[in-house]
Design a protein around this ligand. Sequence first.
Ligand code: PEP
Length: 253
Amino acid sequence: MRKKIVAGNWKMNKLLDEAVALTSELVNMAKDEVQNDTKVILCPPSIYLTTIKNYIENSPNFSLAAQNCSDKVSGAFTGEISAQMLQAVGVEYVLIGHSERRQYFNETNALLAEKVNTALANGVSPIFCCGESLDQRQNEDYIGFVKNQITESLFHLSKDQLLSVVIAYEPIWAIGTGLTASAEQAQEMHAALRQHFASKYGADVADEISILYGGSVTAASAAELFASPDIDGGLVGGASLKSREFTNIIKAR
Ligand code: PEP
C-alpha cells in the first residue's frame, strides 16, 4: 500500500509568529480530517524547523521536511545545512531538486544524486522533485526529459534505498502560475514514471513508490487530481500558506 502524502512547501515565506500560527491552525483544523493512511508534511524555512516540531509533536500524521540540504557531510561550507543536522533535530524528509533550486541555484541531476545519497545515508527521506518546462512540453519529448532526471539522480540507488524516496512531479509551467496540469496530463506523467521505475526495479517496487503531483494545486483542483490512480497526493506551494485552503486540500486526499 503506497503512502498517501499531502506536503506544504512554504518556500521563503512567513515570519516566526506567522509560521507558528499557521501550524497551530492546521493542526487544529486538520486533526479530524487527515485519514489514517495519509501523511501531512510541512516544509517550513529551515530556521523554523525545530520550533514547528514542538507544535506537531502530538499529531502523529504530521511530519516535517526541510526545503533543501547540502550534498556535503560537514565542514567548511558556510550557510549550508547537512542531512545529519536535519536528522538530529527530528526532520524526516527533505525536498531535493525543487525546480526553483534547479533554476536559481544551478542544481544539476548529478549534484542532486549526491544530495539524495547524503539524505538517505542519514535516515532522511528525499522528496525528489522533477518536471519539465513549458518549452520542453511543447517542443520536446517531455516525458523522456523527466524520466532522464530520475535516471540520472536516482537510478544508482538500491531497491531498499529507492523505497525511502518520495517523488514529486511538478511541471515547471504549473508552479506558482495558477495553471494546474489537468488530471489527465498529470496521470499520463505519473503512469509513465511508475513504468520507468518498473523497468529498472520491477513492478512490485514501482507499485510502492508514492508519486505526488505539484503545481498550483488548490482545494478546487485537488479532489480530481488525487482521484487519479497513479497520483498519491500533492506537493502544494501557495495554497499551503492558508490554513483553511490547505486543510481542504488535505480533506480531498
Ligand atoms: C511548489 O513550489 O512546489 C508548488 C507546487 O507551488 P504552487 O503550488 O504554488 O504552484
